[in-house]
Design a protein around this ligand. Sequence first.
Ligand code: C2O
Length: 598
Amino acid sequence: MAPSIRACLAPVFITSIFANLIHAATVTYDFNITWVQANPDTAFERKVIGINGQWPIPTITVNLGDRLVINVNNQIDQDTSLHFHGLFQKGTTHMDGPDGVTQCPIIPGSSFTYNFTVDQPGTYWYHSHSKGQYPDGLRGPFIVLDPENPFVDQFDEELVLTFSDWYHDQMPKLLADFMSVTNPTGAEPVPNSALMNDTQNLTIPVQPGKTYMFRMINMGAFAAQYVWFEGHTMRIVEVDGVYTEPTEADMIYMTAAQRYSVLVTTKNDTSANFAIVGSMDQDLFDAIPEGLNPNVTSYLLYNESKELPTPAFVDEFDPFDDMTLAPEDGLDLFDNVDYSFNLDLKMDNLGDGANYAFFNDITYVHTKVPTLFTALSSGKDAENVAIYGSNTNSFVLNKNDIVEIVLNNNDPGKHPFHLHGHNFQLVVRSEDEAGAYGNNATGLPRKPMRRDTVLVRPNGHIVLRFKADNPGIWLFHCHIEWHVASGLIATMIEAPRELQETLHVPEDHYAACRAAGVPTEGNAAGNTVDFLDLTGENKSPDLLPAGFTAKGIVALVFSVLAAFLGMAVIAWYGAAPITSGELAASQRRVEESSVVEK
Ligand code: C2O
């Protein structure tokens, strides 16, 4: 099975149509969320979450400045929502997507419209932000074309190359097994395989002496991938929507949710074909299952009559360090920090025996009222962090403050951290085992690299800075989907009083809440009278009793917990019937309003 990249990536070739238009179009997609059968690694057929009866799901393609309208109709038997990863959603925090935070779930059989303008160029992706769902297939590329791309003269053609880990089991089962007393160490499920463009052994026809821009996206649930092009050097020109000073790299380490645009110039002769390799970082896996192939290979196809080479074996990895990148716009370091806070990360067991993830000893638990609606309904209490609940790691940010997050990773794992609504300057990143940040860094980069997802090393730290210029509710979380489930989430409540004055939430968002039985007023506990009274709020399980180890508690609570977990899972995933709807073909419409030909 070796589909050509053209078949997979048709939307990208719309580039030439748009190149001579000046923006202000409205692009509309009708997305019916549907189950589809797929077998992308040719090892196991399973059901996946598709769109309009298709999987892989469509690439969303817009021009910088376009308005995007996505009409979602949920035709599967699970709640859903869509997040547009990396888009700032300036003025439209209610379109950001996290179920239970900025919106209510889109329940089975119901509809919901996302509608916002896109003011950032570059490479993004979209994915479900509901109950660990996206690794079941509901994730795809989101490309914002920019006629003013500073590198537009330096490449001949652009292509999207997605990377992903892949599981044969469905997420509801994997999540239940992961968050369980039977998994007290919190070992994450290991993927069954790796994919590129949702397949393997993809051949990409190329011509000699040309330059291609590959928009690379890691849409995986868990695994970072080392990426290299045999026999070719990459020139990085964009990370996570930020143009960079062109920088050469032979190997890139791409965590879950990161993106890199790289220019690759082909050779002048066509005597051989070359492998493109993605290799999952096996340091992340607690145990390596026998027979796991951590690699996925594609090929630069120069010559169809030549063989496809077997990639050279590599087990020493020396990837490019993204700290050394500089933003093309030359934005200076934010050096007057108004508000700095620490997030100390650890993993530990709670009284139910499962393994949780914590910031500052608090693991995230969803609130009874989505946090955005708490902010909108709380009047002047909106600036009191207590109303957002004691299990949300909420921080209230003042408009235009320079905010600094110091994240100390007290865990031997690598974690990719993502902030919604912003990108951030990566000011400090320690090596492995450096311990907590001592507030003593010298020689900070004058023009630090900015991005929206960043790696923190094992038992190390990172320091991030951003300007709170985007009123809204923005999650900050580890982008390993297992750690979202185990609670590694904090919540930025940015300029909530301004939000109350400026945000208009459309009626269909309230309808979604009514349909789901979720209130849209009140504090985290749903109290609309006394916002400071959190009685009845959702809380994490209690701490383990002193003297108990996680393993010791297994035998004790197993039977009780098994029953309890079973019930919880049923409540989570619902038993609502699948609505029978017609599967429309993937529909994309463009209405040009005030479009001017150059
Ligand atoms: Cu891709 Cu909460 O994010």
